[in-house]
Every structure is written in C-alpha cells, then in structure tokens.
Design a protein around this ligand. Structure first.
Ligand SMILES: Cc1cc2nc3c(=O)[nH]c(=O)nc-3n(C[C@H](O)[C@H](O)[C@H](O)COP(=O)(O)OP(=O)(O)OC[C@H]3O[C@@H](n4cnc5c(N)ncnc54)[C@H](O)[C@@H]3O)c2cc1C
Length: 383
C-alpha cells in the first residue's frame, strides 16, 4: 500500500469516471497502435464527461482545475493509452497556459474558453523541419505578412499532435520585415490549411502528429494573439502533463509485470515466479523508482499551485520531466525483464509501452538542456 495522490471527494469521483474510460482505452490501444490510427472514440468519450474543458478558467464558466489535478487525471488516462493522454494533455495544457500567463488579450482568452466549452480542441504547432525542437531557439520558417487588415501565413509544421481532431492550431510564425515571432490562432477549416499524413513513428503512433501545411492562409488581425517575448519566457508548469503521461505508461507496465509474475508458473519451480529473489528485486526496484518520480512530480505540482511567483520555478519543472521520463524507460525495461521474451510478442502491451516511453526523451525540455541549465544556475548562485 502506498500513499494515494487522490486528496478529496471531487477528485475521487472524477478519477473513478476517468478510470472507467482509461480501461476502455487500453482495450482499443493495440489496434490503434498497429494501424497508426488516431483514437477518435477516446477523445469523444472524454468530451462526454466534460474532460476536455476542465482547464477552462472558472471566470469563463469552466472548472479551472489545478496543475496537481490535471496530472492526476492525465497519468490515469496514460495507463490506458499513452497516445490519448499526450494528445489531450496538449489541449488541456495549452488552455491552462494561456490563462496562467495572460499573454493574450482577455477577450481572446474568453473566446477560446467559450470554444473549448463548446467542444473545440486546440494544440500548438511549433516544431518545423528546419528548426528541430523550437526550445533550441531556431527561427521558424513559417512566416506571416500583413496584407491590408489581414495576416497571410505560409509554412509547414511537423509533429502536430492530434492533427486529425484539432479545431484550432496555435501557430508560431516569424512576422515578415521584423525580428518578431507571433502566435496565430488558425482554424482548420480556413482555405489553405491541410494536413500531410507523415506520422509513421514507432512511438506514440496514435497521436497522429502529422505535418500541418499552411498555404496563403488568411487570418484576421486579432488572430495574432501574442507577440512572443523570448527574453522573458515564463516557466511552463502545464508541460508537466508530459511526465505524467510517461509515468502513466510506466504504471501500466508495472501492473502488467506484477500480474504476470503472480500467475506465471514454469515447471522448474514450485509456485509462481513472484517468489523468486531475482523477480522480487526487480519489482522492488520498480516500486522505488515510481514512488520517487511520482512523489517528486506531485510535490512540485502542488507547490506550483500554491506559489504565486511562478518565476521561482526555474529548475524543478525540467528536473521532474528528466526524472519521470528516464524512470519510465527504466521501469518498462525492468517490467520486460520480469516477463521475459514474451514481452517482445507483438500482441504483448509491454512492447508498445517500450516504444512509447522512448518518445518522452524527445518532448520538451530535452535532458541535455535541463542538465546544462542546472549547471548554469549552480554556478550563477556563486555570484
Ligand atoms: C510524440 C511527440 C509528440 C509531439 N507533439 C508536438 C506538438 O504537438 N507540437 C509541437 O510543436 N511539437 C511536438 N513534438 C515535437 C517536439 O517538441 C520536438 O520539437 C521534436 O521531437 C524534435 O526534437 P528533437 O530533439 O528530436 O529535434 P532536434 O532539435 O532537431 O534535435 C536533434 C538532435 O540534435 C541536437 N540538437 C539540435 N539542435 C541543438 C542545439 N541548438 N543545441 C544542442 N543540441 C542540438 C539534439 O540534442 C538532438 O540530439 C512532439 C514530439 C513527439 C516525439
């Protein structure tokens, strides 16, 4: 028995609804993975329980859930299906981020909140083939030029998670004839918006993170919602949906391995392999790693919720992601060692978890940047 992260009746009630759905998602996961298919039904199921609007602020009629609660639910969804969790995590997280930072005009936040309450989905399309991860600071090739009272946007974004289901793409573009970058809200039905189905990765196959193509897409002046100030970038608490996702996948791997060890009984031993010291050691290590990573993640999330000055969070958020994603890789590896060669069967969920947790390394922030920033901040503390 370990400490539960569910802290009150509201959380308990919603968590149990989400658990029912997550178990259903896990039954659909193998087929979606095999076919590289977006889990439309899962997203519809989540919409039906109001999940997709949970981060809409209370002042606009939403639930305005805390970061802690967001992670609690995301982790549970990922136990059922990592691709569904990562996809809906971007959407919910972006809404949380827009409200947290208030970089958009208030009427634009209100409009997006109303759209989300009506079932619309959004995600940021920031990555491009030429820049790689936008967190590295490369300038987007996607451009926006002013024509009369409109903006005309052209470009190609890669890794656009949930592309078949999104209503709004939040596109980062270079504003022509300036050094500025802008964030534009682009509706999928606008002329010139197409999806090129390029996503054929071995990991997170259901996220349908295809390329977004923008050809002479005309948007109104107000759709430039935010001119980006790179020098004063605020911390991104909402990005902790990424560690929650990969820890959820690791929990699913742990559950599978424990159940397997409890039942598998080769005829070289009396009883099942759960009584063997080599298996018990691996299970104990898995438990220790998960307790460590989860307590750290939820503790930082709680402090985020309770601390008004978010600027204090320069180091912890990156370290949560660093520890969680590497823990997830290690836990899945150990779960597979417990199960043995059967874990490699294509019908076995462990081989999907093994592929899926690898993707965490390539979601932001990347490990090398986290470590380098920690080192810089340690030396800066001397001055
Ligand atoms: C499952 C999944 C879902 C995603 N969803 C989205 C999404 O919805 N929206 C979105 O915008 N993006 C999304 N991404 C993209 C993600 O955020 C990264 O932009 C993408 O994975 C590319 O990162 P990279 O490190 O592989 O690429 P690169 O930045 O090209 O890096 C490749 C290699 O070069 C090195 N490198 C490159 N530049 C530098 C540098 N300046 N300094 C040091 N090292 C460098 C890196 O360390 C790495 O080893 C998603 C990615 C994945 C895997």
């Amino acid at each position: 028995m370990t400490i539960s992260f569910i802290k009150n009746e509201n959380q308990k009630e919603l968590y149990s609804k989400i658990s029912i759905l997550a178990d259903r998602f896990s039954e659909r996961a193998a087929k979606n993975d095999e076919e590289g298919r977006f889990p439309f039904e899962n997203i519809e199921d989540l919409k039906k329980i109001g999940y997709t609007s949970l981060t809409v602020p209370k002042r606009f009629g939403g639930e305005g859930i805390s970061l802690y609660e967001f992670l609690l639910y995301q982790e549970r969804i990922a136990q059922g299906d990592g691709s569904t969790a990562l996809s809906i995590g971007w959407h919910l997280g972006v809404m949380m981020d827009i409200e947290e930072k208030k970089e958009w005009q208030d009427d634009r936040i209100a409009t997006m909140a109303a759209n989300v309450l009506n079932g619309s989905l959004m995600n940021r399309a920031a990555t491009e083939p030429q820049t790689g991860s936008p967190t590295r600071g490369g300038k987007p090739k996607t451009s926006a030029r002013k024509v009369g009272d409109h903006w005309v946007v052209n470009g190609r974004k890669t890794f656009t998670t949930m592309s078949p289901a999104l209503d709004y793409f939040l596109v980062i573009a270079a504003i022509e004839d300036t050094d500025q970058l802008g964030e534009f809200v682009i509706h999928r039905k606008l002329a010139g918006v197409t999806i090129n189905e390029t996503w054929d990765m071995i990991s997170m196959r259901g996220t349908a993170s295809h390329d977004l193509i923008l050809e002479e897409v005309s948007v109104s002046e107000e759709d430039l919602v935010h001119v980006i100030d790179k020098k004063n970038a605020a911390p991104n608490g909402w990005l902790l949906h990424i560690p929650a996702c990969y820890l959820g996948i690791a929990l699913a791997a742990r559950d599978y391995a424990i159940k397997f060890a409890n039942e598998y009984s080769p005829n070289s031993i009396q009883g099942t392999i759960k009584d063997l010291p080599n298996v018990q050691r691996l299970v104990g290590e898995i438990e220790a790693e998960l307790i460590h990573a989860r307590h750290f993640m939820y503790s930082v999330a709680r402090q985020w919720d309770e601390t008004p000055n978010k600027a204090e969070f320069t180091s912890e958020l990156g370290v949560v992601k660093y520890i969680a994603t590497n823990t997830a890789i290690s836990v899945v590896d150990k779960a597979m060692r417990i199960v043995g060669a059967k874990s490699l069967q294509r019908s076995n969920p462990l081989q999907r978890y093994y592929r899926d947790v690898r993707a965490g390394l390539h979601n932001p922030p990347m490990d090398d940047m986290t470590i380098l920033n920690l080192s810089k901040s340690a030396f800066n503390s001397l001055t």
